[in-house]
Design a binder for this molecule. Structure first.
Ligand code: SAM
Length: 386
């Protein structure tokens, strides 16, 4: 029984790392350079994914001269870029807010006085100059992702990885074996690129995971980028909706960005025997509305209305009241704080545009019942509005 669990954890996490490893080892122009993933995936998983890659190249019937990239490697690179971009924007926003004359700053903010708020931004800027923690990233369902060791992060980032206990145990073990730093003082082959790193063993569908995150050092007032990469397929629509509500409750308005990878509903419809897929489509339908139009094109959506409706059904009046009190800075409840969701990056399209390359999805058969689908996965960005 124990072995089954270990196998499953290994397959899910090391399997995804193997995509990044194969991209680095076998692609002449890799779009993600993740040396640590070669260590974490290990030769067995790398072999499996390399074979699938070769099969997918053959199956695709594409011109061999066209560069091909594995979809999960492309996803990693695209989310890498988005994380950096969002962190930089959060830094720029803090800098701009700190530089504003006090009287002009947030004249309508209710709970924090303008000078308090301005002082907070100035503190944040000073912290960043000193290299103290002033930004956070929380990667929920992190698997054995390696961003804290591979990204050129701005200074002052506290990185939190969250996954289930067996995954976090495996990750600690693999990182130690690979010579990856987990605490600042260690001398190692793969140094951390963030100010602090915390791996939290928690089930993100449990009621206590946010409290555990706070106990592990997460600071609700700091600008935070949340990454949900390859996670939503594992959750029911109800669990997904609660997870988004949790993040909304934990993130400060104006300083919270969620990047979530997502399979568009139309692709999932292609295979009716994919229950997890249907759950995911259902989740997004109720959350941001259907992201795919009748013509199959991805839509840009304003999430506010549908999320409001969705969450008002879940929260009692008393809960709404207490959540809006807890937020304090807005007269409206937390359900209104989500900004518009955008489909920021349809991976296949982005790959074509940025890299003049095609995406290969070795699991294409699972989703499309024998056909390779052109658009398989995209990333949705949601900003929590101030
Ligand atoms: C496909 S892997 C993706 C890993 C990583 N984000 C990546 O892209 O390399 C999905 C991860 O989500 C985690 N996961 C699934 N359900 C979870 C839950 N309820 N709480 C925390 N993590 C969860 C799994 O354990 C697994 O590590």
């Amino acid at each position: 029984m124990q072995e089954d669990l270990e196998d499953r954890v290994n397959r899910t996490c090391r399997g995804v790392a193997a995509f990044r490893a194969v991209e680095l080892l076998y692609n002449p122009a890799p779009i993600v350079r993740d040396e640590l993933s070669v260590q974490l995936a290990g030769p067995q998983y790398i072999d499996v994914i390399k074979k699938r890659w070769e099969e997918a190249v053959q199956r695709s019937g594409c011109d061999p001269a066209t560069p091909h990239h594995l979809l999960f490697a492309a996803r990693a690179r695209i989310i890498d870029d988005m994380v950096i971009q969002e962190l930089q924007q959060l830094v720029a926003h803090s800098a701009a807010a700190a530089a504003q004359p006090e009287a002009a700053h947030h004249p309508t903010t209710r709970c924090s006085s303008p000078s308090k708020e301005n002082h907070h931004h100035q503190q944040q800027q000073q912290q960043q100059q000193k290299g103290d923690v002033c930004l956070q990233v929380v990667s929920v369902g992190c698997g054995v992702d390696t961003r804290p060791w591979r990204l050129a992060l701005p200074s002052g980032v506290a990185w939190f990885d969250v996954d289930q206990q067996p995954v976090i145990s495996l990750k600690h073990k693999l990182l130690a074996e690979a010579g990856a730093q987990q605490q600042q003082q260690q001398e190692v082959r793969f140094p951390l690129k963030c100010s602090s790193y915390t791996a939290l063993a928690a089930d993100a569908t449990s009621s206590s995971w946010l409290a555990d995150l706070a106990a592990a050092g997460f600071n609700q007032t700091l600008p935070t980028v949340w990454v949900l990469e390859g996670l939503l397929y594992y959750l029911t629509p109800e669990q997904g909706a609660v997870l988004f509500a949790d993040i909304a409750a934990a993130g400060s308005p104006g300083k919270c960005v969620v990047l979530a990878s997502h399979i568009p509903a139309c692709n999932l419809e292609a295979n009716r025997s994919c229950p997890a897929g249907h759950s995911l489509a259902g989740l997004f339908k109720s959350w941001v509305g259907d992201l795919v139009g009748s013509d199959g094109q991805l839509l840009q959506h304003d999430a506010t209305a549908s999320l409001q409706q969705q969450q008002q059904q879940q929260l009692t009046a008393a809960e709404l009241q207490s959540s809006s009190t807890a937020i304090g800075s807005s007269s409206s409840s937390r359900v209104c704080r989500w900004g518009p969701a955008e489909v920021s990056a349809d991976l296949a399209v982005l790959l074509r545009e940025c890299y003049n390359a095609e995406a290969l999805y070795p699991y294409g058969l699972d989703y499309s019942g024998g056909k390779q689908l052109p658009e398989v996965e995209c990333v949705v960005t949601v900003r929590l509005e101030a």
